[in-house]
Ligand binder design. Structure first.
Ligand code: A3P
Length: 274
């Protein structure tokens, strides 16, 4: 036993080991989840899983159990926060219950963006994926509309019905456990949004305004970490397809009522076009 302890100490100096995440970015897909986790990682007390783990939403992973989940986490020191992001969690109905069973006190981060913008971003992502695989793609009008009406079978529309998914989360977690990051504001001015995240997570104030600088070529804020400057991958911040004014208005009015329901549910409004 002594030998084993010694070996553990040698392998993991200072109590470094893999831990379950105490904070999870649950979504929403295309809300700015990568930007959020990268910005949060600027903090010295935060360590983030590199890839999307898909533990609670993919059966094949969930069946492997918590020991597998822990094995996907980065090494951390005692006192450091482990964070993972899997944007699909927010819209997957069985995730809240599973996550609650793992840790009812886990702190959840949800980054949301104007639902219409999110749909266009979702479409753009699938468009590029298909283009890469030399697969056929459909013009945006043909996926959004069916007989002139909004095509409710189009999954990207459903993902933007935030109140539907939020209702499900609130059955398991109180609102106080879920911090909503305004994804539109994070794009325009990340620093104030990140200060709120720092506070919600009970982290010491370490993230500074100087950690962010606007990159004109990219058209987005990029990060400065110990003098090293970097922007997000080129797949983040791509131009969206042109959508005709009438179709855009149709989208805005489609989301008007769901947005109102969402604001009521969370007791807060967002500056979304509707
Ligand atoms: P677009 O590429 O449609 O503009 P996710 O990481 O959840 O997939 O979200 C991607 C979105 O993050 C991008 O969508 C982009 O608008 C947004 N984003 C927020 N801050 C960003 C930043 N600093 N750099 C690049 N993209 C950012």
């Amino acid at each position: 036993l002594l030998l084993l302890l010694l070996l553990l100490l040698l392998l993991c100096p200072n109590g470094t080991r893999q831990r379950l995440p105490q904070t999870i970015i649950i979504g929403v897909r295309k809300g700015g989840t990568r930007a959020l986790i990268e910005m949060l990682s600027l903090h010295g007390d935060v360590v983030a899983a590199r890839n999307e783990v898909h533990f609670f939403d993919w059966e094949s992973n969930f069946e492997r159990g918590l020991s597998w989940y822990v094995s996907q986490m980065p090494l951390s020191l005692p006192g450091q926060l482990t964070v993972e992001k899997t944007p699909a969690y927010f819209t997957c109905s069985q995730v809240p219950q599973r996550l609650h069973r793992m840790d009812p006190n886990v702190k959840l981060l949800l980054i949301l963006r104007d639902p219409t913008e999110r749909v266009l971003s979702d479409y753009t992502q699938v468009f590029y994926n298909r283009l890469q695989k030399h697969k056929q793609y459909h013009p945006i009008e043909s996926v959004l509309l069916k007989d002139g009406e909004m095509n409710l079978d189009y999954k990207a529309l459903n993902r933007s019905l935030y109140y539907l998914h939020m209702q499900n989360w609130l059955q398991y977690f109180p609102l106080g456990h879920i911090h909503i990051v305004d994804g539109d504001r994070l794009i325009e001015d990340p620093f104030p949004e990140m200060k709120k995240v720092e506070k919600f997570l009970g982290l010491s104030p370490q993230i500074n305004a100087s950690n962010f600088y606007f990159n004109k070529t990219k058209g987005f804020y990029c990060l400065r970490d110990h003098g090293r400057e970097r922007c997000l991958h080129s797949s983040k911040g791509r131009a969206h397809p042109e959508v005709s004014r009438p179709l855009l208005d149709q989208l805005y009015s489609f989301f008007h009522e769901p947005n109102r329901k969402f604001f009521q549910l969370v007791g807060r409004t967002f500056n979304w076009n509707d």
